[in-house]
Structure formats: structure tokens, C-alpha cells
Design a protein around this ligand. Structure first.
Ligand code: NDP
Ligand code: GDR
Length: 379
């Protein structure tokens, strides 16, 4: 009998990679997607199966982590062997703008699923994965951070995720549930949301190299992160649910880079050499301009980009009220117990993202410069 998985947040970056991974393993995969006024299934459209087909192995349900009745109904209907709770308002900066909603979806949403499992008498049958985060460490108490490092969350997002982390531990201890936390450090990919810093950078650099954009505005350039590839990380999410006993694991690469290094690596990918101006704690004055550029990106608007052109500026609007300056994971427990070895290096990750964003930028460029036609909706 095929195993049945339920993924919340299936339309997100990790949801898409995990759904693909589980389908390849022979699972029947159910996913919860939110109702939106526009299509929001871009990342999983290649997996879509027409509802009229019999014996589908990929099935979507409308739902929301803020609606208990809907979660109980879906879980009852699907009877999953494994639940992966990936849904969240996952943007740290936005959580300062929508703190109550973030607490509701990211914190109480986790409780709602765990309670639904109890109400339905599934606490001994169904395994539960919680998407915990390195943001829990916040103002770091120890370097590198492991499963034993104390937490000090620094945003409404991280505080909501702290509740979700502990309610998962508590339900495991109180009710003997197979429930575990993956404490995942930042992981990225070509389908990363466009407003997270890595994708914002690779997308902008690709567009700048083709003359579609002039400048990239960023916040804290000195922030240090441990960046891995989402494709590698979802495999660990699955593996955590295949162990004898439920446990929490840190997943990280053990290597750290700054936002500034991320920009340089992306620029290198399109053949742009950069020169930084300005230093120090107050980074508002810092800009970066093109020092040289090769021929890696053919085409582009005539004369763009140009040596001396300012391509990065620091804009304080992207500073956070409280920042997480540095994160570096210690994945040795996962290495020992799950056989975790990060497959993708930082350089390979950035190269893959730049390559994908260049293709997208080239399509935009074609539309812009060669025969994109508009028609008037009012006619
Ligand atoms: P994304 O932001 O790409 O995806 C989040 C998903 O959650 C989307 O499918 C989104 O739907 C859905 N969602 C948001 N709010 C709700 C809600 N109220 N009800 C139902 N669904 C909702 O995140 P990632 O894929 O990058 O991350 C997956 C999980 O892992 C998240 O919980 C995140 O906080 C956590 N995490 C991520 C890390 C990373 O570096 N990527 C690191 C550590 C933890 P829609 O598509 O409609 O917006
Ligand atoms: P993070 O990721 O906050 O670590 O959360 P993000 O990419 O948003 O920020 C990383 C660092 O870059 C700095 N930064 C900027 N960030 C954004 N988004 N935009 C900018 O213009 C910019 N300039 C500098 C930030 O200040 C920060 O220090 C991600 C999310 O996926 C969470 O859901 C997840 O839990 C954590 O990773 C682990």
C-alpha cells in the first residue's frame, strides 16, 4: 500500500520540492493550498493532475492554517501517514507588519493540526513534521548553533515559530506522538520567493546584466547566513519521519557567507566585477558599482550595463527593527543519525539561481524589445 502524505504550504518553495520528492518515492501526496484571487500554483503546476483522472496520486485541497474546522475535515478525509507542516507566513520583515496574523498562522496553526490529530484519534497513527527555523536562535548565544543552543527569537515570526517548536515537543512528550522539529537554516533555490534576499539579488543581477533594471536596493549587507539548497533539505524533512524515535534535528551546511558576498557571487555569474564604496557600521552610504564586465550575458539593451554604473544601494527601508546578524549551523547530529551531507555548495546554489533568473530575464527582454503587443481591455 502506498503511503499517504499531507503537505501544508504545498504551493511554497519547500512544498513544491517535497511534493516532487515524495511522488518519486511512490507516495500519494495531498496538499493544502490557499484560495487566492490569482493562480498561486506556479511551483507545482508540473505536478498537477486533472481531477477527472482516476487514481490520482497528487491531490490539492483548499485550506488555511487559521481555520481549525477545515484542517480537521481535510485530515479526516485524507487519513495521512505523515503530515508535513510547511505552511507559514514565512517572511521575517513582513512579520513586523502583520504580527498577529503571523502568530495565528505560524504559532496557533501548528497547534490546530496537532489538536486535529488528537480529536480524530490519529495521534498514534500519523507522524508530524514541523518546519522550525534557525530564526529561533536570533540573538545567538553560541557559535555554531546546534540542537542544544538556547533560543532568543528576534521577530514576531521567530516568536510564533518558538511557540510552534515547543508545542510540537510538548505533544510528543505529553501524548507520545511521533512529532519532530527540523531546525532548518536558510535554504534557497531558483523557486525561492522573490522578496527573500538571495532571490532578490540573483533576479536583480540578471536583469541589470540585460539592461532591464538599473540598480538593486538592499538592507543590511553584513548579515551572515548559512545558505543551503532547498532540494537537499526536503530530503531531510522526510528522513526525520523515517526514524525509530521522533527527534529534533538541525539541518545546515556549516558554512557562512554575508549578503555582500552573495551579491558578489551573483555578479560573478553574469561576468560583472564589482567595486564597493563606503565601509562601517552605518551602511547607508554604501554603494557598489561595476568595475568590469565580460561577455557572459549576450544581448541586453544597447550600452547596458556600463562600467561605473551604480548597481547596489543600501536603502534603510529594508533594515529590520531587530536584526539577526549571524547564523551558522552545526549539523553534526544530522550527519551522524541521518547521514546528512549537503550536496550543493554556496557557489553552485548561486550559479543555479543566476542561470534560472537569466533565462527568465531573457524572456522579459524579448517581450519588451521584440513585438510584445498589448490590447485594450476597455475596447
Ligand atoms: P514559502 O513562503 O515559500 O511557502 C509558504 C507556504 O505556506 C506557501 O504555500 C503559502 O501559501 C503557505 N501559507 C502561508 N500562510 C498560510 C496559511 N495561513 N494557511 C495555509 N497556507 C499558508 O516558504 P518556504 O517554502 O521557504 O518554507 C517552508 C516552511 O519552512 C515555512 O514554514 C518556513 O517558515 C519554514 N522555514 C523556511 C526556511 C527557508 O530558508 N526557506 C528555513 C527554515 C524554516 P501561498 O503560496 O498561497 O502564499
Ligand atoms: P531570513 O531571510 O530573514 O534569514 O529568513 P531573508 O532572505 O529575508 O534575509 C536574510 C538576511 O538578508 C538581509 N537583507 C535583506 N533581506 C531581504 N529580504 N531583503 C533585502 O533587501 C535585504 N537586504 C539585506 C536581512 O536583513 C537578513 O539579515 C528566511 C526565511 O525563509 C524564514 O522563513 C526562515 O525561517 C529563515 O530564512 C531561516
Amino acid at each position: 500500500m502506498a503511503k499517504v502524505a499531507l503537505i501544508t504550504g504545498v504551493t511554497g518553495q519547500d512544498g513544491a520540492y517535497l511534493a516532487e520528492f515524495l511522488l518519486k518515492k511512490g507516495y500519494i501526496v495531498h496538499g493544502i493550498k490557499r484560495r487566492a484571487s490569482l493562480f498561486n500554483t506556479d511551483r507545482i503546476d508540473h505536478l498537477y493532475q486533472d481531477p477527472h483522472i482516476e487514481n490520482r496520486d497528487f491531490i490539492l485541497h483548499y485550506g488555511d492554517l487559521t481555520d481549525s474546522t477545515n484542517l480537521i475535515r481535510i485530515i479526516q478525509q485524507v487519513q495521512p501517514d505523515e503530515i508535513y507542516n510547511l505552511a507559514a507566513m514565512s517572511h521575517v520583515a513582513v512579520s513586523f507588519e502583520t504580527p498577529e496574523y503571523t502568530a495565528n498562522a505560524d504559532g496557533l496553526g501548528t497547534l490546530r493540526i496537532l489538536e486535529a490529530m488528537r480529536i480524530l484519534g490519529m495521534e498514534k497513527k500519523t507522524k508530524f513534521y514541523q518546519a522550525s527555523t534557525s530564526e529561533l536562535y536570533g540573538l545567538v548565544q553560541e557559535v555554531p548553533q546546534s540542537e542544544k543552543t538556547p533560543f532568543y527569537p528576534r521577530s514576531p515570526y521567530a516568536v510564533a515559530k518558538l511557540y510552534a517548536y515547543w508545542i510540537t515537543v510538548n505533544y510528543r512528550e505529553a501524548f507520545g506522538m511521533y512529532a519532530c522539529n527540523g531546525i532548518l537554516f536558510n535554504h534557497e533555490s531558483p523557486i525561492r520567493g522573490e522578496t527573500f534576499v538571495t532571490r532578490k539579488i540573483t533576479r536583480a543581477i540578471a536583469r541589470i546584466s540585460l539592461g532591464l533594471q538599473n540598480c538593486l536596493y538592499l538592507g543590511n549587507l553584513s548579515a551572515l547566513r548559512d545558505w543551503g539548497h532547498a532540494r537537499d533539505y526536503v530530503e531531510m524533512q522526510w528522513l526525520m519521519l523515517q526514524q525509530e524515535e521522533p527527534e529534533d534535528f538541525v539541518i545546515a551546511t556549516g558554512k557562512q557567507f554575508s549578503v555582500r558576498q552573495m551579491v558578489e557571487e551573483a555578479a560573478k555569474g553574469v561576468g560583472i566585477g564589482m567595486r564597493w564604496e563606503g565601509e562601517g557600521v552605518d551602511e547607508v552610504g554604501i554603494v557598489a558599482s561595476i568595475d568590469s564586465h565580460g561577455t557572459k550575458t549576450e544581448g541586453g539593451a544597447a550600452g547596458h550595463p556600463q562600467v561605473g554604473q551604480t548597481i547596489v544601494k543600501v536603502d534603510p527601508r529594508y533594515f529590520r527593527p531587530t536584526e539577526v546578524e549571524t547564523l551558522l549551523g552545526d549539523p553534526s547530529k544530522a550527519q551522524q543519525k541521518l547521514g546528512w551531507v549537503p550536496k550543493t555548495t554556496f557557489q553552485e546554489l548561486v550559479a543555479e539561481m543566476v542561470h534560472s533568473d537569466l533565462e527568465e530575464a531573457r524572456r522579459d527582454e524579448l517581450c519588451k524589445h521584440h513585438g510584445f503587443s498589448t490590447y485594450n481591455y476597455h475596447e
